[in-house]
Design a binder for this molecule. Sequence first.
Ligand code: GTP
Ligand code: MG
Length: 370
Amino acid sequence: PEAITVQELANRMAEKGADLVKALFNMGMMVTVNQTIDQDTAELLVEDFGHRIQRVSESDVDIDTADDVDPEETLKDRAPVVTIMGHVDHGKTSLLDALRGTDVVRGESGGITQHIGAYQITTKNKQKLTFLDTPGHEAFTQMRARGANVTDIVILVVAADDGIMPQTIEAINHTKAAGVPMIVAINKCDKPEANPKKIRERLLEHEVIVEEMSGDVQDVEVSAKAGTGLDDLIDKIMLQAELLELKARPDRAAEGTVIEAQLDKGRGPVASVLITRGTLKRGDVFVVGTQSGKVRAMIDDKGKQVKEAGPSSPVEVLGLGGVPNAGDQLTVVENEQRAREVSEYRSEKAHSQRTAATPANFDAMFSNLK
Ligand code: GTP
Ligand code: MG
């Protein structure tokens, strides 16, 4: 059952919290304004104060994006979002850095790397790719647990001098569970003891059948250290992306997923958001999880201020009312009133779900009335 705090109910009725506490006391309930009461009690109170009960449906007070599907003709190609997974020390971070180094835009502008949770590169052929900056399956599964499936393609890094290790297997399992296609990057191929052939064979035991073993999983030999095989890897990611037909509508109110967020000493709450559809613009009003805000500034992964960000772009957003959680959805809304309404509703809901977990013996309280 739904629950509400006495104070919130008082606010909604435009009555004093203390008056409600008094009325509840007369009903035999000892509660403070900060405690929650159940729906039945709330209804009794509302009637007691001569107010009318107005039932609202969830879609009136929250955002319902489930059946808000963009028509086919409005969709445009978008960059694939790639996550790198693999065992400890197999070279995930090194590979991310090496791929970042292939960015032609970064090369030209000499932009300074900003770690905002994800970065985007532009290839020699002017194609764009987005990489999530937090490698490893923990971040991946955490996001999935929150209902945020942002990854289109997983790169499984396996060190050619080490082989299939426990976290390699975990990464394979998580990727399969998520139904996300995988590309195997056999890393450290510069090492004399590297044995890529053995890796391919061993992968068979985990039902990962690479092309060379007549399967359909793409694999590529790379060296993050020597910088070899990177173009090949990028080509294979783009090929996989083409098969997935990744599309989103750019010309609409933006939606995105928080990949990380924190309270910055100088700038207040900041969130790195991966835009999933639409275009986020400076001045846009939004709801994100239980928080609301207005885009004051946006900074890209090259430390540059940007005025807007489209699908598959990662961007750091300033102008939030509080710190959201990773995996929270950001949704642009019509105005500040709507943003406040939705975020307040969600905060109350989250609050009552928390307080409802503490046992409140209403039956015992009501028995006093009999
Ligand atoms: P964790 O974050 O600890 O799980 O490790 P990681 O997977 O991010 O590996 P990282 O990139 O930190 O690399 C681990 C070690 O392997 C470092 O000493 C790297 O210099 C080395 N290394 C990474 N890639 C290569 C490569 O292609 N060749 C060689 N020879 N060494 C590499
Ligand atoms: Mg690392």
